[in-house]
Each structure stands twice: as C-alpha cells, then as structure tokens.
Design a protein around this ligand. Sequence first.
Ligand code: ASP
Length: 588
Amino acid sequence: MYRTHTCGELRIGNAGQRVTLAGWVQKSRKLGGMTFIDLRDRYGITQLVVEADADADLVEKATSLGREFVIQATGEVIERQSKNPRMATGDIEIRLEEINILNKAATPPFTIETDTDGGEDLRAKYRYLDLRREPLRKALELRHRMAHEVRNYLDSKGFMEIETPYLIKSTPEGARDFVVPSRMNPGQFYALPQSPQTFKQLLMVAGYDRYFQIVRCFRDEDLRADRQPEFTQIDCEMSFVEQEDVLNTFEGMMRTLFKNVLGVDIPNPLPRMSWFDAMDRYGSDKPDVRFGMDIHEITPMVQGHGFSVFDSVPYVGAIAVPGAAGYSRKETDALTDWVKRPQVGAKGLVYIKLNADGTVKSSVDKFYSPEELKAVACEAGAKEGDLVLVLCGPKRKTQTQLGVLRLEMGGRLGLRDPKVFAPLWIVDFPLLEWDDETQRFYAMHHPFTAPKPEHEALFYSNRKEDLEQVCANAYDFVLNGSELGGGSIRIHNADVQKRMFEVLGIGPEEAEYKFGFIINAFRFGAPPHGGLAFGFDRVCALFGGNESIRDYIAFPKNNQGRDVMIDSPSEIDDIQLEELQIKIDVKD
Ligand code: ASP
C-alpha cells in the first residue's frame, strides 16, 4: 500500500497513529532547525515536520525536496503547537520518520497556488499542472457532483441513458459542422453532431419513451468565454408529453440540483415569461431578472415635440437607473460613447436626470418642458434621484440595445451578484425568424420544432406576415442572463415536417437527401414527443459562480479553438492524406 490515508483526512482523533501519506510537495520551509513540508493530494494538504534532532539523512532528504516532488512520507500524527483553523487538517502534523522520493519534479513554470503567478496561455500549455490548483479541482468536483445528481434524478424518473453516434451526416442548419473524412468511402465525410437531435427523436419513434444522455456536441462557431467547439449537453427527450410535462420534469431536475448541490431553494413553480414580454421588458430572450430596471416604451409621449430624432423612428424606449441622477456630464458623455460602440450599436443616447431635489435636467430639455420630462421619467419607472436613459430606432433592435445597456448599468450598480439565482422559463417563442440578408426564414429553435396547433392555419399560409406570427411550444431555461437550456415539442408528422422544410426554403430533394431518414421514420408510427437540452458546462459554471465555462472543462480549447497543450489542430502526414485521398490546397 502506498498510503494509509489521504492528505485531507487526518484529524486530532488520529494523534498517536503511525501513518503513511503520498502526494506532491506544495512547499517546504526551514524554521529554527525544523523542516516543514506541505504535502498535497486531491483531498487536501497535510503538514509534515522533520524535527531538528531527527536522523541526519532524513533532515538532508527533507531539505532536498523541491516543489512538486512526489513523495511517500511515514511518521506519527501529533497535535500541532500552532494550529491552523483555516485548514481541515490544521490541528495536526506528521512527525516524519521516513521519506521516500517517488519522483522528482522539474520546477513548475508557475506557482501551484490558488492565486497563481501563471498567465492564461502558460497555464493552458501546462493544463495538468493548472488542474492541481484548488479552484480548478473544486470546479471539476462540482461538475462530477452535478453529473451524478442529474443521472440520479433522471434515472428516478424512468429516463434511460442511451449513447448516440459521433460520426454522423453533415446537415448544417444552425452552426457550421466539424467534418471527418472517411478513408473507406473516399471523397465522403462524416460530420460530428451539433446535437443528437434527430437520434433522440428516432429513439422516441423506436419506443424508448424517456431518453437522456450527457453528451458531447460539436459546433464550429466563433468562440467566446462561454463557448467551446466541443461542449456537453444534458440531452433529453420524452414521448406522449405536452409542454407542461416537459417543463415540470426539468424544473424538478433543476430544483433538485439547486437543493442538493448548493442548498438553494428556487421558486416552485418557476416564473414563466413569454418571449414577447422578455423582449419588450428586458430586450433579451435570456433576461437577467435579478434586478428591475425594465425597459419602458415612451414613443407616444416623446413624439410630436419637434425633436426630429424621436419623430423619425418607430420606437423610443427608456430604462431608469436607480440613484444615478448624480452622473456628471463627463459620465453621461462616456456612456454615450459606450452605447455607440459596435457591440451595442446605438446611434446616440438621451438622458433625463430626475434630481433628488425634484428638479429635472436632460440632454433634450430644449424640446420638452420640465413637466413633460418628469412624466416621461415616471413612465420609465424613475424615482427622484434616478437617471433615465433613452434609446430609439427600430423596435427590436432598440430593445436589444437597451437590454445590453441595462445589463451594463446593473453590473455597475452591483445588482448582478453571482450568488443570487433567478431562474425562469421563457416560453412561446416565434417558430420562425426572417433573415433580411438571405431573404429566407430560419427556424428560431431548429427545424424539428412544431408550430403551436392553434397556429396551424398560419403555418400553411404563404404570406410572410402570417408565418412571422406562428409560435411554437418552445421553451428556454434562463438563469441570471444566461440561457442554460432549451427545447420544444416536436413535429411528429411527416407532412408537417415536409411543410417545415418548405417554409425554410429547403426543397423536396434537399430535404430528402438531408433528412429523408427522419421523414421516413415518421411514417412508421411516431409518438407525440418533446424534449430539451441543457448546456452542462454553463450550468456548472453558473453553479460555481463563474462566467467562463473553461474552468469546468478539464481540457478546454482557447479562443482560436486550439488545444495548446497537445498542440491541436495540426497537420497530418502525407501517408494519412494519401489514404484519405485528400489533397491539401491551403489558400492564404
Ligand atoms: N437539440 C437542441 C439544441 O441543441 C435541444 C433540443 O431541442 O432538445 O439546442
């Protein structure tokens, strides 16, 4: 046996026992002839001590230990003179009798501490060293715990975990596919699944009733802090269900996770908001409802007063920032520059300060009387002392900009505490989204989402305006401004599915080539079904109080989609290319 205990295990009750520990040397220091060593493993840190009068060889060995050496250490558990209440093992130390160096270590390129001196790139290159640090270990422990809770819950509800293939057919709709050349079928390619969507639906046709999988998905998209080219979903599907059944089941799953992992009770039932309300009130389909500052439309109040900017647009909206009436000219100018950045994209910003003394000051007071400005401020939900910020333009675009501004102001006011959780469902999404550039409809969720039965007539209309009004029983689970999951009730009828492809501008031949298998399957008795998928990495990150998902993935990729540790992607050798019958012609 290499060890009798782990480095996180020994307590005062073990005093007097002779133990053997194994682990990494976190640090060692000499103090008045004694040598102290912090020994670390996954479970914690235990202090080892070599007394000044110990065997000379032992003292020599203890002194020679470098950081991250792997050692085995034997000695007696004793009560510490100066206890450390911040450490679980802080009441004891091990008086060493023997040290066995199992492996030396090169000096690590950064300190293996919670606050490390290593930059992001360096830590990515030595990810296995970074993973020794406590914050990352805790993140992966949380992820493991969450996966375990998810499996327990879904198993208890009769869900079966079934694996689906990773080498599938390329049918890009949403994001770009990653493709894999097939050696046995030269000139042909597999695609890696963006999600197991069609397979889980086929499992419903096959009669499996309740499916789930904690599964890797692959999307070739531009990356951000909360996106990775390969990520994990908790993917689920159920037969003979309506939206209500799906929402209840997965609200239950999230409630269990919150309770068992964080000890947090979330509201029962969870609030629901229609997509239209979310857009109108928060300018986002993933509203952060930890704070108010709702968007209010003020178009009729501000038009017709000679201010041409407002008169020439279809929509004017405002938010009231609490307690910010004291913003200086410089600060409001800076805010104007901020909303004009391409990331926000507004043309300008109008403000109204509803001062604490009841007076009002505005960038447009030439056009409005103080009473009119006060009325507008009240309409925007302002109290005395608040700052009203106004944007204008096309309705949805302006609401989205106000939504971004609202999040920024909420952040500045400290209203976005990661320890506060405000989950909700967004429901009643439009089925389709018109894209001006390509002059076609796209599925707002995906092409397998069913129109609401009451909108069926609109769905078969050929008028763009009618199709724009079709809603779906589609739903997103939203937490603190992030979409954690989404799904829908599916089409289970071959004719409706064909019509959907037609609406999306996918011709009968293309539909047959890409999706013939699923249309065909629907001819053989498809049950009504629906489901959803949660972004597992993001769920873990938010539970851990973090924005970035990278810490919750053992071996993530960087912003360029590279794994700098294994140096991938990389070129492949000529023999491989020959076998695949592929010629490379890189254009620079
Ligand atoms: N497959 C969908 C997605 O990845 C989720 C679902 O509809 O179940 O977004």
